[in-house]
Write a protein that binds this ligand. Sequence first.
Ligand code: FUL
Length: 452
Amino acid sequence: MDRRSFLTTSTAAIIGAPLVRPYMTRVRPRPSPAQLRWQQDELAMFLHFGVNTFTDREWGYGTEDPAIFNPTALDARQWTRAAKAAGFRAMVLTAKHHDGFCLWPTATTPHSVLKSPWRGGYGDVVRDLVSACRADGLRVGLYCSPWDRNHPAYGDSTRYNDVFHSQITELLTRYGLVNEVWFDGANGEGPNGKRQIYDWPRTFALVKRLQPDAVIFSDAGPDVRWCGNETGSAGDPNWSTVDPASVPYPGADGPQIISALQHGDPNGSVWRPAEADTSIRPGWFYHPAEDDKVRPAANLVALYHNSVGRNAKLLLNVPPTRAGLLHATDISSLAAMRAALDALFENDLGAEATLESSLGPDGGKVELRLRQPITTSVARLSEEIENGQVVARYTLSGLTDSGWRVLSSGNTIGYAKIDRFPTITVREVLLTIDQAVDKPGPIGISLYHVAP
Ligand code: FUL
């Protein structure tokens, strides 16, 4: 069973978020240029595709005949065009899932596209995806499952780790720049009954050596962390700083670990922002029976609020069909989500306001003097995360004809905190930073409204 399906946000809520202490003499963690770009992308599309697409399963057994992998009309440009049009800036493909079938012509196993009738055995899904991403200006991410139910060496730890590293080496040396390398934490029994011990330090070092500008995703980072659930919902509060000891390796389990993934740590010593992954359909892989269970646009907009709007990045899975195309229903939901988000964020009602900040060592206020009263229902707050993340508690108030009213209050801000509140007309807006782990830098305040 996938441990992620039974460890949920509520476990984290019971344990609670870590206490806030000031930084004092420590150096405040900051994002690397690659981590910053990764976060600014906001939306990435996940593509679960492989033998499961053709067997209607979620986890293949590793015994599938490569001959079943035969997409009739695969067109990676159709994927990237749809993604780009919906505002996605990166793609992450399952180059290998737990069944071990490789979507690229690997030398490490015969269990790959080389043995499939697709394009006469000359096809390479990874190459197609990378070319399509380059053509549409999207960043490239590759998922290579460490758990491999097909490879005979799996469970013979040293031998299999060598195989796994050869696979990573192929993926990271044949296709030019790769921006994200995605490792899930699943670790099942080997065919010989032995349990595979992964060598994560060596794996991470290999990726860093081959693609120094890629971010590595896993439960344990090192660059980007799992958000602790598969519902696409980041924790609140959500710090991009973590204590690296709190999640020692990918796949580590337990309520404390889930809480650490959900919330990060205000006192954490490393920058490791959260990625919120979920699927547009109930499953990760395409199943015809789920064609009428695609998330509608309003649900996708809510996902955006619960992930990007809580200082995380959204990795939304949109699985290709057996034809090798994204389904029309999924594409129209994505397009409608884009239209709704564009309508919401097209007009910053506070753009012309004068901003006055008075910020002290652990708090302060930012006042927005508007030129004329505005009617608003959404605020987007942001810290300049280039310099780290410091806000721990804030209140947003508005001056109405009958005095000051609280619009929203919260804990962390980070890259973005999007608050929704009942429609209200205000002529001044005040952000009070009630608590911070260090002196806050400039805070962005944007105000929006769409008629319900
Ligand atoms: C998990 C896997 O077991 C699921 O099949 C899926 O790929 C998800 C994104 O990660 O670890």
